[in-house]
Design a protein around this ligand. Structure first.
Ligand SMILES: [Zn+2]
Length: 306
């Protein structure tokens, strides 16, 4: 056992080249593939590959939904894309401001001068020298070449873009949900929803910047659409059922926290009363669930059903 550990360590150190992500795109339908990240928080071990991003072949181009968490992830992702078809990346749609989803856009900007469109919060909340979570967490090698980018077209209302003959509907939730401004994307021609972090599966979400009520609204909006596949922001289920875990989590979280408020449970006690045990085997449960319950209490304490 010890021998194996030592040799793996040596290989790790000897390789002065870039961290190898071993990216393998998963085919979703005839023109869409996704890189599905690990169900973990970002770390030096996973090199920041812990979110999902997707590419769509529109005929003569690729359009990406999110861009991965670093320049190097994006560079290696494009190597895999070019094995399928060597097309330029025309547009990158950035769904929300969390950096694990968009720092990779710096690669596509540099290599293809891709058009970067999406949430306005990237422009509002970051400057070119912002040191975001990825910069603080990853090794120098892993974060190398990564830069903060500017979104060239901010999407703040429902927008349709067409690249070659493929239509993309970009839909803002309109209220705080996973963050204060989340977009999801729908392609009518292949009935695919890219939910961004509004949906996760296989792991617990982090609702630190979000809202229970907004999440439930977003889930409802997507549920009412005609789709065959739904790609979560994190998680490996990309089927029609991919939304179920998130729907159940926020529905139960709301019910139970509101019941706790009714029962005069104090904020200090709420995480002991509302446990969300159905989800205890999901990744990141220990790290994130209590905080979600605690935050939900703050949100719902004076909430009145409309
Ligand atoms: Zn996020």
């Amino acid at each position: 056992m010890r021998k194996i550990v030592v040799s793996t360590f040596l290989i790790g150190t000897i390789s002065l080249f870039a961290f190898d992500y071993n990216l393998e795109p998963k085919k979703i339908n005839q023109n869409t593939w996704c890189f599905l990240g690990k169900l973990e928080a970002p770390s030096k071990k996973n090199g920041g590959f812990m979110s999902n991003h997707c590419f769509v072949n529109t005929g003569k181009n690729y359009v990406l939904i999110d861009a991965g968490g670093t320049y190097e992830i994006a560079r290696q992702a494009y190597e895999e894309m070019s094995k399928i078809s060597k097309l330029p990346v025309h547009t990158v749609i950035l769904t929300h401001e969390h950096d694990d989803h968009w720092l990779g856009a710096s690669y596509y900007k540099e290599k293809f001068n891709s058009k970067l469109i999406g949430t306005s919060l990237i422009n509002k909340n970051y400057t070119l020298d912002s040191k975001t979570r990825m910069f603080k967490t990853l090794s120098k090698d892993e974060i190398k070449n990564t830069k903060i980018i500017k979104v060239e077209k901010e999407i703040t209302e429902p927008t349709i873009i067409k690249v070659d003959n493929t239509e993309f509907q970009i839909i803002p939730v309109g209220v705080k949900a996973h963050t204060s401004e989340d977009l999801f994307v729908y392609i009518p021609s292949n009935k695919t929803i890219f939910s961004s972090d509004l949906v996760m599966n296989g792991r617990i979400t982090s609702n630190r910047d979000g809202s229970v009520i907004g999440e439930l609204k977003a889930v409802k909006m997507m549920n009412e659409m005609d789709y065959e596949n739904l790609i979560p922001g994190h998680g490996h289920d990309t089927s029609k059922n991919a939304i179920n875990e998130t729907k159940q989590y926020f529905t139960l979280l709301k019910q139970r926290v509101m019941k706790a408020v009714e029962d005069d449970i104090g904020v200090g006690e709420v995480t002991k009363v509302v446990k969300m045990e159905e989800f205890k085997d999901k990744a990141l449960f220990e790290q994130l669930n209590k905080r979600n319950v605690f935050d939900a209490y703050g949100e719902l304490e004076f909430y009145e059903e409309e």
